[in-house]
Design a protein around this ligand. Structure first.
Ligand SMILES: Cc1ncc(COP(=O)(O)O)c(C=O)c1O
Length: 456
């Protein structure tokens, strides 16, 4: 593999099935429950999601076929290239091989359309005409707008206030793909109005926007809700990333020593890593690291609890690491990583010792993004910079130890719509934000009285 820079699979080498990790877990993930701790059945989710996706949510089949129409759309940018970051390796003077999967090549610019297209397809098959959703950084909202447009659905997006103000271009992308986008909290929903009454200047949060989008879905005609992360079926749709990466690495005759992804709700991390976690469960030696912001330290500082996915507690309670559903994260620029909870499947594999988690500060991540842009050229999303920073740490460790290590990370999206964050960094206006213990204690209190998941 002397001078090889990237591995590109042909259209017909695209994986034709998703990998469902639920088939291989030794212990199942505790089921979603209501406030009394009673497991909720698929019917309780029916006003929110179409039944074909609910079936995927609870399925324990290892492989699930990807319908042809979905594959046809995914092929607009998939299989995505696997790059070797040679120039970054040289700049770091590391013996490590650094590989990354470039999910920034999709039309909206991130991994999110892998599930947006699938969710729009299954909703349309079920007879749904309109989808509602939340968005943080705007990546998910624009991905769903894109998916809905290509599959003939209407789309309404509740965008977290701070990103709505900071990221005007994502709104224009959503409108270009025919979606309507409003700032959250809005005056359009009971949930939004209640928050604004208490705190008119709130920067908003994903938890608030989710409450609004679910309320709009359950009260709207022929309308359902689509979530961009966290849920089992969303993570499964993303496994196409890891399945492609495995094929590409086989072509190089390589297998990763370390697999890295940034984690907001957990979907791009799981998408790349779960096919490798599958190998790990079968005895293979591979380290898997989820990276989160120190300002929103769900996997590294939060307890494993039953908590709601949103502020108004409209979702069932999910077994996960959670900072508390009332947690309003500090306004760091990685908007997609500002979520109080974590996917139950990612939480579960951390608890089972199959993966590790690390929290990094914003300045280190922007520094890593700059190093990446200066060597590899591409400008990453602020979320993605967390994975890059961890890959750099691992590559530096390999240099110190004199070890030739293979590092694979997910380049979850480009940052071309996130340039206000770069501007603030370049102007010296950014700083780190360590979450104060009292702020954490306050938001953890919102979970008092909720049922507890079974002990490990
Ligand atoms: C580029 C990018 N990476 C990562 C994330 C985090 O989401 P998840 O953890 O579901 O992959 C987001 C979310 O908006 C994103 O836009």
């Amino acid at each position: 593999m002397s001078e090889l820079v990237k591995v590109v699979l042909k259209d017909d080498e695209i994986p034709r099935q998703w990998y469902n990790i639920q088939a291989d877990l030794k212990k199942p993930v505790p089921p979603p429950v209501d406030k009394n701790g009673k497991p909720i059945g698929p019917d309780a989710l029916a006003p929110v999601f179409p039944m074909n996706l609910i079936e995927q949510e609870v399925s324990t089949r290892r492989w699930i076929d990807i319908p042809e129409e979905i594959l046809g759309i995914l092929k607009l940018w998939r299989p995505s290239p696997l790059y070797r970051a040679r120039r970054l390796e040289q700049a770091l003077k590391t013996p490590a091989i650094i590989l990354y999967k470039n999910e920034g090549v999709s039309p909206p610019g991130s991994h999110k359309p892998n599930t947006a297209v699938a969710q729009a397809y299954y909703n349309r098959e079920f007879g749904i005409k309109r989808l509602t959703t939340e968005t943080g950084a705007g990546q998910w909202g624009s991905a769903l707008a894109f998916g809905c447009k290509l599959l003939g659905l209407e789309c309404k997006v509740y965008m977290v206030r701070i990103s709505f103000d900071q990221k005007p271009f994502r709104k224009i992308m959503m409108r270009t793909w025919g979606a309507e986008c409003v700032a959250s909290p809005s005056r359009e929903t009971n949930a939004g109005r209640a928050i604004l009454e208490k705190d008119p200047d709130t920067p908003g949060s994903l938890g608030i926007a989710i409450s609004e989008a679910i309320e709009a879905a359950v009260t709207g005609k022929n309308t359902r809700y689509a979530l961009g992360s966290v849920l089992n079926h969303v993570l499964m749709h993303q496994t196409i990333i890891g399945l492609e990466a495995k094929k590409q690495m086989e072509m190089l005759g390589l297998y990763p020593d370390v697999v890295i992804g940034c984690a907001g709700g957990g979907s791009n991390f799981a998408g790349l890593s779960f096919p490798f976690v599958c190998d790990k469960m079968a005895g293979r030696n591979v380290r898997v690291i989820a990276v989160e912001p120190a300002a929103c330290p769900t996997l590294t500082r939060a307890p494993y609890v039953y908590d709601s996915g949103d502020v108004a507690m409209m979702t069932p309670l999910l077994a996960m690491y959670s900072l508390g559903h009332t947690f309003v994260p500090p306004p760091i620029h990685a908007g997609g990583l500002r979520y109080h909870g974590m996917a139950p499947l990612v939480s579960h594999v951390l608890r089972e010792g199959l993966i590790e988690a690390q929290a990094l500060h914003q300045m280190e991540c922007y520094g890593a993004a700059m190093k990446f842009a200066h060597t590899e050229g591409f400008i990453p999303a602020p979320e993605t910079s967390h994975a890059i920073a961890m890959a750099i740490r691992e590559a530096e460790k390999a240099r110190e130890e004199g070890k030739k290590r293979v590092i694979l990370f997910n380049w979850s999206g480009h940052g071309l719509m996130d340039l206000t964050g770069y501007q603030a960094y370049l102007d010296g206006k950014l700083s780190d934000f360590a979450l104060p213990e009292e702020m954490l204690t306050r938001s953890l209190a919102s979970m008092e009285g909720l049922p507890r998941p079974p002990a490990a």
